[in-house]
Design a protein around this ligand. Structure first.
Ligand code: PLP
Length: 349
């Protein structure tokens, strides 16, 4: 899709929201499908559509490809030949960065921190981490923040000594540039909603490092779309997540030449976060079974499973408005399921 979006006057909206002025690496296939989910809709008692950002092509797919198109576009424009990024052992962001770097011929250094209290063969060696190796990334596993910082500095020193130019991406690819990927997604979705004759919708998505949520929230506000954005925390409590959301959306708005957005159309819940990031809950496994057994769609235990649990919770409380369709953004994460293989196997029997 093109980065040029419909011009709709709204608070803080620049005359032209022209994403084409930002360098962009072509990685994914756009638009991703917006699919009906009739059996899931029947089960939940609300019309649900699935925005399939899990099937966007490269490296087993997922939401990070949208951010990486802008992050890597900028990195290439800056002459970088090496990418360093960070995450948990089962980071989907790291895996998609590794795949994108393979495609673009860049060196990829993944600095992973064992921050989820989980161990065992599946979590430490399978799922995303096996794919990181498959895509040729150099994987550095660190025990804590101190070792992570030391490792990062060592990689910078090594690159400098070898005359390589480094681009560093934050956890989840969530900075102002990365957020542009989901501003573009909001534009894409606006076209699909209009194409389906839908005037309004509730967009449901996971909020982890926050870039996906910030892009959706900012993009829909700048476009003046009559939608609500409902976010499920998967990493941090609601107050911290809200703070991150406003910071990232504000930074991306500044990049676009727009004012700090109000984001009055956004709500955030941490009711289905459970005990914390990467820690499975019973409601999450239930939501995985529901999506799989009604639509044949696979969610993941860390992100989309908890967002789906929030969707189920909102539906059960009758807290999803009066009949407007829900667009559940499937942000990917399937490989992570294999990092949880023993619990996964037990949960599906
Ligand atoms: C599958 C999946 N869904 C959702 C998210 C959350 O996106 P964000 O970090 O932009 O909040 C992530 C982040 O890693 C992810 O891997």
């Amino acid at each position: 899709m093109t980065g040029r979006m419909r011009e709709t006057p709204s608070k803080g909206c620049p005359m032209t929201l022209d994403l084409d002025r930002f360098p962009r690496a072509a990685l994914g296939r756009w638009p991703t499908p917006l699919e009906d989910a009739p059996r899931l809709s029947e089960a939940l008692g609300v019309p649900v559509l699935l925005k399939r950002d899990d099937v966007n092509g490269l490296g087993a797919g997922g939401n990070k490809l949208r951010k990486l198109e802008f992050l890597l576009g900028r990195a290439l424009a800056d002459g970088a030949d090496t990418v360093i990024t960070f995450g948990a052992l089962q980071t989907n962001h790291g895996r998609q960065t590794a795949a994108a770097c393979a495609k673009l011929g860049l060196r990829c250094e993944l600095v992973l921190t064992a921050k989820v209290p989980r161990d065992g063969e599946a979590y430490e060696r399978s799922g995303n981490i096996a794919l990181d190796h498959l895509f040729g990334a150099r994987v550095h596993v660190c025990a804590d923040a101190e070792e992570t910082a030391r490792t990062y500095q060592g990689l910078l020193d090594e690159a400098a000594a070898e005359g390589r130019k480094v681009a560093t991406f934050p956890v989840g690819g969530s900075d102002a540039t990365g957020v542009l990927g989901y501003v573009a997604a909001a534009g894409e979705l606006a076209g699909q909603l209009a194409g389906n004759g839908l005037g309004t919708a509730r967009i449901v998505a996971a909020h982890g490092s926050g870039g996906t949520a910030a892009g959706l929230a900012l993009g829909t506000e700048l476009l003046g779309l009559p939608v609500r954005v409902d976010l499920a925390c998967v990493g941090h409590p609601a107050d911290e997540s809200a703070e991150t959301l406003h910071r990232l959306a504000g930074a991306a708005a500044a990049l676009l030449g727009a004012d700090q957005p109000a984001l009055d159309h956004v709500r955030i819940t941490d009711r289905t976060l459970g005990e914390g990031y990467g820690l499975p809950t019973g409601e999450m496994w239930q939501a995985l079974r529901l999506f799989a057994r009604t639509e044949g769609v696979v969610l993941d235990p860390v992100y989309t499973g908890k967002a789906a649990a929030a969707l189920v919770d909102w539906a059960e409380r009758g807290d999803l408005g009066s009949g407007e369709p829900v667009v559940f953004v499937h942000t990917g994460g399937l490989p992570g399921l294999y990092g949880y293989a023993p619990e996964f196997a037990a949960a599906v029997r």
